[in-house]
Every structure is written in C-alpha cells, then in structure tokens.
Design a binder for this molecule. Sequence first.
Ligand SMILES: Cc1cc2nc3c(=O)[nH]c(=O)nc-3n(C[C@H](O)[C@H](O)[C@H](O)COP(=O)(O)OP(=O)(O)OC[C@H]3O[C@@H](n4cnc5c(N)ncnc54)[C@H](O)[C@@H]3O)c2cc1C
Length: 436
Amino acid sequence: MTSVVIVGSGFTGFECARGLQRRLRRHHSDVKVTIISPIDYMLYTPLLPDVAGGLVDGRFVTVPLAGTLPGVRAIRGRVETIDLSGHTLRYLDPEDRSHEVAWDRLVLTPGSVTRLFDIPGLATYARGLKSVAEALYLRDHFLEQLELASIDDDPAVAAGRRTVVVVGASYSGTELVVQLRALADAAAKQMDFDPASVRFVLMDLAEQVMPEVGEKLGKAAMGVLRARGIEVRLGLTLKEVHADHVVLSDDSRLDTRTVAWVTGVTAAPLIETLGLPTEKGRLTVGRDLRVPGHPEVFSAGDAAAVPDLTQPGKITPPTAQHAVRQGKALARNVAAGLGYGTPKDYRHRNMGLVVDLGPRYAVANPLNIALSGFPAKVVTRAYHLQAIPRAVNRWAVGLAWLTDLMFPRTVVSMGLSTQEDAQFAASEGIPMPKAD
Ligand SMILES: Cc1cc2nc3c(=O)[nH]c(=O)nc-3n(C[C@H](O)[C@H](O)[C@H](O)COP(=O)(O)OP(=O)(O)OC[C@H]3O[C@@H](n4cnc5c(N)ncnc54)[C@H](O)[C@@H]3O)c2cc1C
C-alpha cells in the first residue's frame, strides 16, 4: 500500500493531512496517510500572547489531531533522521525509543523554532513564545514574581521582579507585551499594588516597531504602547542574560527576572540534517512545493523557502497565512503525484495582518486597508474566530474574550509548566548552544 508521511502538525502539516485525506477519500483511494509530530495537536500560535496574558486557556489554542483528521494515522514522535534514497525515516517517541517508518511520499513541514544567538545566558534564562509550555510559563512565572515582589524587603530586588523585558518588537513581541501589561493591571487591582510599579521594556535592534504593518500602523501601535506605559527601546538588544538582570548592547544594566526572547524564527533543526540546498536556512523547493531532485519529497511552511510568485525573486514570509494556504496546495500536489487531480503552482497575494494590542486596541491592514482602534479590534477578533480550524475552539476562545469583557481577569499561577518544560530545548526541540 502506498504511504504518505507528513512530518510536523503545524498549520502546514495539519492542512495538508486534512486536505489530502479528503481528496483520497473522494477517489476511494487506499493510500495511507500518517502524520508524525512531537505534539498531538495543531497549535494556533497567533493566540499564544492571549495565553501568556491569562486571557485564553492553553487548551483552547490547541486543535487535537484525534478527531479532526479522520482516516489519518497520528504518531507522537520527533523525526531525527531521514534516508532520502532508502525512503525511510527514524523518529523518537516520547519515551526516547527509536522507530523506523517507510514512506513513498514525504511531506516535510517541521516549521520553525525561535532563532537563538550566542548571547551568554540567553538559552538558560530567557524564554520564547512558540509553544504552550512557554506561554504558560511566562504567565505563571511573571505572576509569581509579582507575588514575591510584594514580600521583598529590598526595594531594588522588588523592582527587578516587577520588570519585564521583551526582546523583539515585531507583532508577536508587541502582542505579548500588551497582554502581560493587561495581566499586570488586573493583578495590581486584585493584589492591591500600584500598576505603575510594574515596568515593561520592549526592545528591538530595528528602528521601528512592527515593520510588517507599515509606517502608519507602526506609529499607531507605538502610540498604544506609550499610552500603556510600555517603554520602547529601539536599536538595542541583549548582550548578556543573568538570573536577576540583563546587560544591554549599550552596556547598560537592567534588573529583571522575566525575559522573553521573541526576535524571530529559523527553520526547524531537522532541515539542516538533510544536506539539501537551503535559502536563509529554509529548504529550497520549487513553485509546486517539490524538493528539486527528489520528486517524491515535498515541503512548505516556515521550514521551506517557497518562491513568492507575486514578488519574483523573493520567498514567502513565515506566516500562518502562507502556511495554511501552502498546506492546502501540498494536499493538492501530493494527491496529483499519486494520480488524483492535477498539480498547481503555489501563488498567494498577502492579505494583510491583524495585531491585537490588548484591551480595546488593535491594528490591522486587511486587503491593505489600514485600520486602528475599535474597527481593527473587531476585524482582528473576527479574523481569529474564523481562522481557528475547529468549532469547539472557536466557541471556547469567543467565550474567553467575552468573559474578559464582563469579569476581572483571573490572576493565578498554577505551575502547569516548569522552568525546565519551558526551556528552548524541551519546549521547541532546539539543541542548547554550547556557550551555556
Ligand atoms: C507567538 C506567535 C504569533 C504569531 N502570530 C501570527 C499571526 O498573527 N499571523 C500569521 O500569519 N502568523 C503568525 N505567526 C506565525 C505562524 O505561527 C507560523 O508562520 C506558522 O505556525 C508556520 O506553520 P508551520 O506549519 O510551517 O510550522 P509550525 O507551526 O512551526 O509547526 C511545525 C510543526 O512541526 C513539528 N515538528 C518540528 N520538528 C519536528 C520533527 N523533527 N519531527 C516531527 N515534527 C516536528 C512541530 O512540533 C510543529 O507541530 C505567529 C507565530 C508565533 C510564534
């Protein structure tokens, strides 16, 4: 029996598995589809800042593979090696046992991981925002620091506990800092301390916040950040990270115990083990999403350098918008390679971006129409509600937002994710840099 194996259950792998199975079912095909991923769900990453801010429950942003991919075999494991000529791969299950799987068609969608730099202490003390474990840890850790600050006798130590540093002022870093600000405001009211005593510093090497949304909306976002008392420091990054402070690239020191590193992503480590050509670290693919020289291997999403046919010479940016559409294109082209339907080149014009800036604010540029304030908030929330690929999740997220409008935000640190769970190595599968 012919076997298609999909590596990774993110936006791209999930959409590919769903679309492919539907196509195969329509043709009464007996081709076997398997998806292998270290997690048993597809993660709706755009709402991770809401999870970190205690607004949305972690479960609500996970779409389980069980029940949503009928007919697809889901295997829990991390693919370690791929034999391109022998058509096999090996994966490690959650108990670190190694297994071999044979494939006739291989779809590589392992996505991306946080891009780390050789900054002393970064991998040990900073946390990213690419997984539920990281989002939950940031919420719990930050609230715990606020609780500890209220019993600290030394005002300098308490001030450090009440300082949050977010590095990376693109949309995810900006959304994170405003959600943590909202959480701090709720905590201040309920725990009876001055919200202004909690300091937020959003930092980036770039000279603009959220360059993705253009200058006009970037300025609008900057206005919201300032109004919320968030310090924005541009042209700066981290030089060292310690347990209780950071040293900035201008050699100044900032006392803090909460550092979020959200500066961008790089292709999943699996990609560089293949020994195949890459562009900016992403696997080179053709316009039909096939890997050149390996017609039975496909790739797309954050892991792949997909040519952007709407902007010749460029590759598509690593966004969910492209990932979802590339997943659908993969389903079509893989099915076509098996004799069902015709293949098509991937082509998609950018539809704009929505950025939630916390209570009452957002910026968005749907179809290149610049929106800010309340209209942007409505568009942003409506967009997410239709984009989450499961009705139960849409319902739960919608109710969580409604609850937040009607009741004070729940301020609890449940310890669901430990420091170790949230380390880059454990939560994203990034090998630890030797410098640490
Ligand atoms: C906080 C945050 C907010 C974002 N907000 C937006 C937004 O508002 N709009 C937007 O367009 N984009 C947004 N993005 C970007 C978007 O999430 C990515 O572009 C998208 O997730 C890419 O999908 P993917 O399937 O290629 O990869 P991923 O979503 O990274 O999924 C990859 C999958 O592969 C698995 N995997 C990795 N390695 C292996 C392996 N060796 N073996 C097996 N499985 C493996 C992973 O566990 C994961 O399940 C955001 C990203 C983040 C982190």
